[in-house]
Design a binder for this molecule. Structure first.
Ligand code: SAH
Length: 221
């Protein structure tokens, strides 16, 4: 890694990153802690060098193994929904992918637990956490459908791939007052984002915007 790689130059510079933050504000992201996390996280190190010049466009990009890095707006929106709805103590992420969303979470949470089913993506993500000096991330290679019972309950759960139904194990691993943001595939082929909250009385569920994620798949690779 060359000296300028982390800070970025030209299309990967701080100025380019700050322009992305302005665009996210224009699109309605208001939570300052989330905007600050995006402003200080070099998204270009999470993608292939050949595509680094596109890192600060507000689009999803391929990260290999048929997976994608989520669109910055969606990363910001899902994080904002969780930050705005309660505490960010123990946070569980399903679908580490390249680790960009994980890194944003790490800056607005006390401790992040993240699970990825594809080993090679996970090991690349872990390298990036080290490079960025992020020390509150605990990771494992596994099937996120099962959650991570050893570290439950979680104050917040974020799922960054879409199942057909909300995985019951994840609901069980939420604390009272805990929230989950999750995209769910609908019968018409679209996906809708949901915010769930566990209360003393049971679960509440709010439908949010439509989204487009890769599918949540069982088993590991
Ligand atoms: N959070 C990422 C998005 C990655 S794409 C970002 O910041 O951009 C979704 C990821 O979920 C992929 O890497 C995919 O391999 C992973 N995934 C899919 N099903 C999974 C499962 N059951 N458990 C863990 N990870 C899963």
């Amino acid at each position: 890694m060359k000296k300028n790689d982390l800070a970025g130059i030209g299309m990967t510079s701080q100025r380019t990153r700050s322009r992305l933050v302005s665009r996210l504000r224009d699109k309605g992201i208001k939570e300052e802690s989330v905007l600050a996390a995006i402003d200080s996280t070099p998204r270009h190190i999470f993608i292939d060098e050949a595509m680094a010049h596109r890192a600060y466009e507000d689009t999803a990009l391929p990260i290999g193994m048929g997976q994608t890095i989520s669109q910055p707006y969606i990363v910001a929106r899902m994080t904002e929904i969780l930050v705005d709805s309660g505490i960010m103590g123990n946070v569980l992420e399903i679908g580490t992918g390249c680790g960009y969303q994980t890194s944003i979470l790490s800056k607005v949470s006390f401790q992040v637990y993240t699970i990825e089913r594809i080993a090679v993506l996970q090991s690349r993500a872990v390298e990036r956490f080290k490079q960025l000096g992020l020390q509150n991330i605990t990771y494992k290679h596994g099937d996120g459908f099962k959650g991570w019972s050893e570290h439950a309950p979680f104050d917040a759960i974020i799922v960054t791939a879409a199942p057909d139904n909300i995985p019951q194990a994840l609901v069980e691993q939420l604390s009272i007052g805990g929230r989950m943001v999750i995209p769910v595939s609908q019968t018409n082929g679209e996906q809708q984002l949901f915010l769930l909250e566990k209360t003393e009385q049971g679960m509440t569920e709010i439908g949010m915007e439509s989204v487009k994620f890769v599918p949540l798949l069982s088993g590991t690779l």
